[in-house]
Unconditional design. Sequence first.
Length: 200
Amino acid sequence: MAPRRVKPSLYISVDIEADGPIPGPYSMLSLGAAVAGRQDADGFEAADPEELTFYRELRPISEQFVPEALAVSGLDRERLVRDGAEPAVALAEFTGWVNGVAAGAQPVMCGYPASYDWTFLYWYLIRFTGSSPFGHSGCLDMKTLYAVKAGLPLRAVAKGTMPRELLSRRRHTHHALDDAVEQAELFANLMAWRPAPSAP
Protein backbone atom coordinates (compact mmCIF):
# COMPACT_ATOMS: atom_id res chain seq x y z
CA MET A 1 0.00 0.00 0.00
CA ALA A 2 1.37 3.42 -0.97
CA PRO A 3 2.14 5.75 1.98
CA ARG A 4 -0.43 8.47 2.57
CA ARG A 5 0.76 11.85 1.38
CA VAL A 6 0.95 14.47 4.10
CA LYS A 7 -0.27 17.91 3.14
CA PRO A 8 2.38 20.54 3.96
CA SER A 9 1.87 23.02 6.79
CA LEU A 10 2.47 26.73 6.20
CA TYR A 11 3.34 28.36 9.53
CA ILE A 12 2.20 31.95 9.98
CA SER A 13 3.43 33.93 12.97
CA VAL A 14 0.62 36.13 14.29
CA ASP A 15 0.67 38.88 16.88
CA ILE A 16 -2.26 41.00 17.97
CA GLU A 17 -2.58 44.04 20.20
CA ALA A 18 -5.80 44.48 22.16
CA ASP A 19 -7.26 46.83 24.75
CA GLY A 20 -8.37 44.19 27.25
CA PRO A 21 -8.13 40.54 28.28
CA ILE A 22 -10.89 38.94 26.19
CA PRO A 23 -12.60 39.60 22.84
CA GLY A 24 -16.18 40.86 22.77
CA PRO A 25 -16.19 43.20 25.73
CA TYR A 26 -12.78 44.42 24.52
CA SER A 27 -11.26 45.00 21.10
CA MET A 28 -8.44 43.75 18.93
CA LEU A 29 -6.74 46.95 17.80
CA SER A 30 -4.06 45.63 15.46
CA LEU A 31 -3.17 42.40 13.69
CA GLY A 32 0.23 41.49 12.29
CA ALA A 33 1.28 38.31 10.52
CA ALA A 34 4.41 36.98 8.84
CA VAL A 35 5.05 33.70 7.06
CA ALA A 36 7.59 31.77 9.16
CA GLY A 37 8.14 28.68 7.06
CA ARG A 38 6.78 25.54 5.47
CA GLN A 39 6.93 21.93 6.61
CA ASP A 40 6.31 18.78 4.61
CA ALA A 41 7.33 15.14 4.91
CA ASP A 42 10.90 16.11 4.01
CA GLY A 43 11.24 18.63 6.84
CA PHE A 44 10.93 22.33 7.67
CA GLU A 45 12.10 25.20 5.47
CA ALA A 46 12.29 28.67 7.02
CA ALA A 47 11.00 31.69 5.14
CA ASP A 48 12.26 35.27 5.09
CA PRO A 49 9.80 36.69 7.67
CA GLU A 50 9.82 40.13 6.05
CA GLU A 51 8.83 38.83 2.61
CA LEU A 52 5.18 37.84 3.12
CA THR A 53 3.44 39.95 5.76
CA PHE A 54 0.05 41.39 6.69
CA TYR A 55 -0.86 44.31 8.95
CA ARG A 56 -4.08 46.13 9.81
CA GLU A 57 -5.25 48.49 12.54
CA LEU A 58 -8.90 47.96 13.48
CA ARG A 59 -11.77 50.06 14.69
CA PRO A 60 -12.71 49.16 18.29
CA ILE A 61 -15.93 47.17 18.70
CA SER A 62 -16.91 48.44 22.15
CA GLU A 63 -16.40 51.45 24.38
CA GLN A 64 -14.76 49.38 27.11
CA PHE A 65 -11.00 49.20 27.48
CA VAL A 66 -8.35 48.58 30.12
CA PRO A 67 -5.97 51.56 30.20
CA GLU A 68 -2.96 49.38 31.08
CA ALA A 69 -3.64 47.04 28.13
CA LEU A 70 -4.09 49.97 25.76
CA ALA A 71 -0.85 51.53 26.96
CA VAL A 72 1.14 48.41 26.03
CA SER A 73 0.37 48.82 22.33
CA GLY A 74 0.93 52.57 22.22
CA LEU A 75 -2.02 52.84 19.81
CA ASP A 76 -4.31 55.89 19.82
CA ARG A 77 -7.78 54.49 20.45
CA GLU A 78 -9.54 57.70 19.43
CA ARG A 79 -7.72 57.66 16.09
CA LEU A 80 -8.74 54.04 15.56
CA VAL A 81 -12.39 54.88 16.29
CA ARG A 82 -12.16 57.38 13.41
CA ASP A 83 -9.74 55.72 11.02
CA GLY A 84 -9.38 52.04 11.94
CA ALA A 85 -10.45 49.39 9.45
CA GLU A 86 -13.87 47.84 9.88
CA PRO A 87 -13.25 44.43 11.48
CA ALA A 88 -15.34 42.59 8.88
CA VAL A 89 -13.27 44.12 6.08
CA ALA A 90 -9.90 43.60 7.79
CA LEU A 91 -10.62 39.97 8.71
CA ALA A 92 -11.88 39.19 5.21
CA GLU A 93 -8.66 40.69 3.81
CA PHE A 94 -6.64 38.64 6.29
CA THR A 95 -8.43 35.43 5.30
CA GLY A 96 -7.73 36.17 1.64
CA TRP A 97 -4.06 36.82 2.40
CA VAL A 98 -3.73 33.57 4.41
CA ASN A 99 -5.37 31.53 1.67
CA GLY A 100 -3.10 33.14 -0.91
CA VAL A 101 0.21 32.55 0.86
CA ALA A 102 -0.81 29.04 1.96
CA ALA A 103 -1.91 27.83 -1.49
CA GLY A 104 -1.32 24.07 -1.59
CA ALA A 105 -0.63 23.87 2.16
CA GLN A 106 -2.59 23.96 5.41
CA PRO A 107 -2.10 27.26 7.25
CA VAL A 108 -1.10 27.02 10.92
CA MET A 109 -1.06 30.05 13.19
CA CYS A 110 1.91 30.17 15.56
CA GLY A 111 2.45 32.59 18.42
CA TYR A 112 4.42 33.22 21.61
CA PRO A 113 2.40 32.46 23.57
CA ALA A 114 -0.38 31.51 21.16
CA SER A 115 -3.22 31.44 23.67
CA TYR A 116 -3.94 35.17 23.91
CA ASP A 117 -3.47 35.98 20.23
CA TRP A 118 -5.41 32.89 19.08
CA THR A 119 -8.34 33.73 21.37
CA PHE A 120 -8.78 37.16 19.78
CA LEU A 121 -7.96 36.04 16.24
CA TYR A 122 -10.31 33.04 16.18
CA TRP A 123 -13.16 34.97 17.85
CA TYR A 124 -12.83 37.83 15.37
CA LEU A 125 -12.64 35.48 12.39
CA ILE A 126 -15.81 33.61 13.40
CA ARG A 127 -17.66 36.74 14.50
CA PHE A 128 -16.88 38.82 11.42
CA THR A 129 -16.32 36.31 8.61
CA GLY A 130 -18.06 33.15 9.83
CA SER A 131 -15.04 30.89 9.38
CA SER A 132 -11.32 30.54 10.04
CA PRO A 133 -8.65 29.69 7.43
CA PHE A 134 -6.87 27.84 10.26
CA GLY A 135 -9.90 25.73 11.16
CA HIS A 136 -10.79 25.51 14.85
CA SER A 137 -7.47 24.10 16.07
CA GLY A 138 -4.76 25.14 13.61
CA CYS A 139 -2.51 26.90 16.07
CA LEU A 140 0.88 26.07 17.55
CA ASP A 141 2.27 27.57 20.76
CA MET A 142 6.01 28.32 20.57
CA LYS A 143 6.31 28.30 24.35
CA THR A 144 5.02 24.72 24.46
CA LEU A 145 7.26 23.74 21.54
CA TYR A 146 10.32 24.98 23.42
CA ALA A 147 9.24 23.33 26.72
CA VAL A 148 8.85 19.94 25.04
CA LYS A 149 12.18 20.17 23.17
CA ALA A 150 14.03 21.43 26.26
CA GLY A 151 12.39 18.92 28.61
CA LEU A 152 11.14 21.67 30.91
CA PRO A 153 7.84 22.28 32.71
CA LEU A 154 5.80 24.78 30.70
CA ARG A 155 5.53 27.30 33.52
CA ALA A 156 9.33 27.35 33.85
CA VAL A 157 9.67 28.73 30.32
CA ALA A 158 10.25 32.38 29.45
CA LYS A 159 12.23 33.98 26.65
CA GLY A 160 14.86 34.90 29.23
CA THR A 161 15.44 31.20 29.98
CA MET A 162 16.02 30.25 26.33
CA PRO A 163 19.47 29.87 24.75
CA ARG A 164 20.39 33.17 23.14
CA GLU A 165 20.90 31.58 19.73
CA LEU A 166 17.18 30.80 19.57
CA LEU A 167 16.05 34.37 20.07
CA SER A 168 15.58 36.89 17.30
CA ARG A 169 17.93 39.87 17.37
CA ARG A 170 14.96 42.13 16.69
CA ARG A 171 13.42 44.17 19.50
CA HIS A 172 10.00 43.24 20.86
CA THR A 173 8.23 46.54 20.20
CA HIS A 174 4.53 45.69 20.82
CA HIS A 175 3.85 46.74 17.24
CA ALA A 176 1.92 43.74 15.91
CA LEU A 177 3.85 43.37 12.66
CA ASP A 178 7.27 43.91 14.24
CA ASP A 179 6.48 41.26 16.83
CA ALA A 180 5.05 38.82 14.29
CA VAL A 181 8.30 39.05 12.31
CA GLU A 182 10.39 38.67 15.47
CA GLN A 183 8.36 35.62 16.51
CA ALA A 184 8.67 34.10 13.02
CA GLU A 185 12.44 34.09 13.47
CA LEU A 186 12.10 32.51 16.90
CA PHE A 187 9.83 29.83 15.43
CA ALA A 188 12.24 28.99 12.62
CA ASN A 189 15.09 28.74 15.13
CA LEU A 190 13.02 26.47 17.38
CA MET A 191 12.10 24.18 14.49
CA ALA A 192 15.79 23.74 13.60
CA TRP A 193 17.01 23.43 17.21
CA ARG A 194 18.32 20.11 18.44
CA PRO A 195 19.19 20.47 22.14
CA ALA A 196 22.22 18.62 23.41
CA PRO A 197 21.27 15.45 25.34
CA SER A 198 21.37 15.73 29.11
CA ALA A 199 24.27 14.12 30.94
CA PRO A 200 23.36 10.79 32.62
